[in-house]
Design a protein around this ligand. Structure first.
Ligand code: PDD
Length: 284
C-alpha cells in the first residue's frame, strides 16, 4: 500500500510521525473517507466541503486548495491498486510541545492519506441483514465535525461487537435517534423513509444525501425530522448507510426482530436503486 504523508508518497511501512503529534496526544484533528468507483473519487466536491466544515469547526487552516486535494487524491488512486478504493485523509494540528492550547505560532499540520480496496457487503449479509444494539449517545455536541477523536464511537461500536452485532444505534437524551457509531440510520414506517435532521448531533453523511436523492427521484416518500426512540423500536425497517457499507438492512435490534425480521421491501428497492446509481452515475 502506498500512503501519503506530508508531501511524500511512500510504502505504509515507511510512514512515521513524531510522538508529539497533536493527533496522538490530543486527538486534535479531523478526517474524511472518500469512496472511489472505477478510479474516480465519488462526490469529491461534497467530501471536500465537509472536510472544510470539519477544519473550520476545529479552527485549523486547510493545508490545501480543492484543486491541490484533487491532484493529491488522484495520485493516491493512481499509486494504489483496485478499480474501487476508499481513501482516508487525516489532518492533525501538527507536532508541538505539549500544551492543550493551539501551538503559537502555528506549526505545519500533519497530513496523512491511505487507500484500501473497497468491497461491497457480501450477498449473504444483504439477505440476512445485520443486527444492531442501542446505546446512549454520550458523544459531544459537535458530531457534525468528522473528528479523529473517536473514543466514544470506538466504545459504542465495541458494544455492538461484544453483542455479536454490526452497529450501535445511538439514542440522545433518552428521547431521539441520532445515527450509528460509524453510520447514518434511517427508519422506514408505512412506506415512508424517516431521516434525522443534519444538525450538530450527527455526521452529515454523503451516503445519507444519496439515499434522500434516490428517494426524491423515485417518488419514495420521505420525511426529515427528529425520530423518537419509540419510532425506532416500532420501525417496519431500519436502514444503515455509509460510504464503505453503502446501504444495509438492520433486521434485529437489541435482540428483537425489526419488522418482519427480514430485509424489507424498502431495503430491496433502495439497494437496487443504489446499485443502479453506482453503475450509471458513480462510475461515469
Ligand atoms: N464513517 N456517521 C458517522 C459517525 C460516521 O463515522 C460515518 C462514516 C457516517 C456515514 O457518512 P458517509 O456516508 O459520508 O460515509 C455517519 C466512515 C465510513 C468511517 O469513519 O470510517
Amino acid at each position: 500500500m502506498t500512503v501519503y504523508l506530508n508531501g511524500q508518497f511512500m510504502p505504509l511501512e515507511e510512514a512515521r510521525i513524531p510522538v508529539l503529534d497533536r493527533g496522538f496526544i490530543f486527538g486534535d484533528g479531523v478526517y474524511e473517507v472518500i469512496p472511489v468507483y472505477s478510479r474516480r473519487p465519488f462526490r469529491l466536491a461534497e467530501h471536500l466541503r465537509r472536510l472544510q466544515h470539519s477544519l473550520d469547526g476545529i479552527r485549523l487552516a486547510n493545508p490545501h486548495s480543492d484543486s491541490e486535494w484533487t491532484h493529491l487524491l488522484n495520485q493516491m488512486i493512481e499509486r494504489n491498486e483496485g478499480e474501487d478504493q476508499y481513501l482516508y485523509l487525516h489532518i492533525t494540528r501538527g507536532v508541538a510541545k505539549r500544551d492543550h492550547a493551539f501551538p503559537n505560532p502555528p506549526v505545519p499540520p500533519t497530513v496523512f492519506m491511505t487507500s484500501n480496496p473497497l468491497t461491497t457487503p457480501p450477498a449473504a449479509l444483504l439477505r440476512s441483514g445485520v443486527c444492531a444494539v442501542t446505546a446512549v449517545d454520550n458523544r459531544w455536541l459537535r458530531c457534525d465535525i468528522k473528528s479523529i477523536a473517536l473514543l466514544p464511537n470506538v466504545l459504542l461500536r465495541q458494544a455492538a461487537v461484544d453483542a455479536g452485532c454490526a452497529e450501535t444505534i445511538l439514542i440522545r437524551d433518552n428521547s431521539f435517534m441520532t445515527e450509528g457509531a460509524a453510520s447514518n440510520i434511517f427508519v422506514v414506517k408505512n412506506g415512508t423513509v424517516l431521516a434525522p435532521p443534519k444538525d450538530n448531533l450527527m455526521l452529515p453523511g454523503i451516503t445519507y444525501d444519496v439515499i434522500l436523492e434516490i428517494a426524491q427521484i423515485n417518488n419514495i416518500p420521505y420525511e426529515v425530522r427528529r425520530i423518537g426512540v419509540n419510532e425506532v423500536f416500532a420501525a417496519d425497517e431500519l436502514l444503515l448507510t455509509s460510504s464503505t457499507k453503502e446501504v444495509l438492512p438492520v433486521t434485529k435490534l437489541d435482540g428483537q426482530p425489526v419488522g418482519s425480521g427480514e430485509p424489507g421491501p424498502m431495503f430491496e428497492r433502495m439497494h437496487a436503486l443504489y446499485q443502479e446509481f453506482k453503475r450509471d452515475v458513480m462510475r461515469k
